[in-house]
Design a protein. Structure first.
Lengths: 190, 190
DNA sequence: AAAGCCACTTACTAAGTAGTAAGTATTTCC
DNA sequence: GGAAATACTTACTACTTAGTAAGTGGCTTT
């Protein structure tokens, strides 16, 4: 009804995600967020008492988005190859913005994190791997895709190619990343 | 001749490397190093004036070690497959110690680093990729290995599998990493 | 219209951060 | 034996960090 005012909490989540993808979890502070959003750091603490709570919120949001993506690609008329493209394009988007996958970013700091966050990260990864696995399985079954590995292992191979691919792209440039993407497609093509 | 006293500088480099691999670059401080080595933080600053200098030193040491590895595996009588195993076992060692590859670790914080360090990282990566590429090329030439991609692209695929593989292993366990390693070998086997 | 909640701000603290200037003990060189 | 270099320690500073307690203004509910 009324024009919704800027949702501060949403903005914090959005900016926090970006900061993790661009600079890393332990490289940004609440001050970075409050300055950018022109609020006081106490306002950030109001929504997320500790930095761990913010990280948990960010991961939760990610899980939510992947759930939505999962429903979206379950729509009829989408080929397995197209579904795979959707996943790849998510990483390509990151690459284009000089960002890296949040899982890979947070992984460096994994051992500085509380168990609750570690568990959430595990949940997120299993979900993503599970979705890719399902797509690969379907594609293999209907003859659209082919590969010698099991769908689970192939999903591990593809996801590690993509995750480390965007990391590598920061240093050696996008060309290497693009070559990786092409190979991923080629490897599963019939 | 005389018993060499503990080389403080070497110890700092060793511990710094470990801290990056275990906790990440932006997650450790000079205090962590000085406490562990039972010296004062000023002693760390004496050897490495700034944290960037320490990181540069660590990467330099890594480059040096890979150069040595390069000479070692150029010895006669070593098959391409064995050479590839040497690379893989380096990552398997990391995985066993719950560490991650220094390149992957530093990559999250890449955008917080000075150009000098970025350049060194690029040098390190090109070197490692170049070595793997050479091994693959040789193996393909003498019929020991086979793969559809170019040696360069295959080295990208293998290195991203390994780098992100050890990251993943932190969260989902070593089983996934082992499956990745097995697939890497299978994919290039004739 | 009073009471209460929400989303903040004001104002602060304790601890940790990288970094430095000056001093000291020990060895090395001439 | 004196000078200089090496490898530190002592003692500190300026700054940033996450985090908090108390207050405020506006909106809603009763």
């Amino acid at each position: 009804m009324t024009v919704r005012p800027t949702d501060t909490k949403e903005e914090i989540l959005r900016l926090g995600t970006e900061l993790i993808q661009v600079y890393g979890y332990n490289a940004f502070s609440y001050a970075d967020i409050s300055k950018e959003l022109d609020i006081k750091n106490a306002a950030v603490h109001y929504h997320f008492p500790g930095k761990e709570d913010l990280l948990a919120g960010i991961i939760d949001q990610y899980i939510q988005r992947y759930k939505e993506l999962g429903e979206k690609i379950n729509a009829p008329g989408i080929t397995a190859k197209q579904k795979l493209d959707v996943f790849i394009s998510r990483y390509t988007d990151l690459c284009e913005q000089n960002k890296i996958c949040i899982i890979g970013s947070v992984c460096s700091d994994y051992n500085t994190m509380p168990e609750s966050v570690k568990a959430k990260l595990g949940e997120l990864i299993e979900m993503v791997l599970g979705m890719v696995e399902k797509v690969l399985q379907q594609g293999k079954k209907n003859g659209e895709l082919d590969f010698p590995e099991t769908a689970r292992v192939k999903s591990l191979l593809i996801m590690t190619n993509l995750a480390a691919g965007v990391q590598l792209a920061r240093i050696t440039g996008k060309k290497d990343y693009m070559a990786i993407c092409k190979s991923i497609i080629d490897q599963v093509s019939t």
